[in-house]
Design a protein around this ligand. Sequence first.
Ligand SMILES: [Zn+2]
Length: 60
Amino acid sequence: MGKKIAEPTAKRLFENMFICVKCNAKMRAQPDKVKKGKVKCRHCGSKKLRLKAKERRGMK
Ligand SMILES: [Zn+2]
């Protein structure tokens, strides 16, 4: 909180941030692992995750 984050760092954080399609839980994961279905939502166990970055429309 209150810390400044350099732009490249912030971008990287978003890139590894996924949202559970079922329960909307946020989690950080390696995109590679998500593609291979190795990452599960820790809340509902769903493997359906979407990239947080795609949610940034209109947030510029
Ligand atoms: Zn979930």
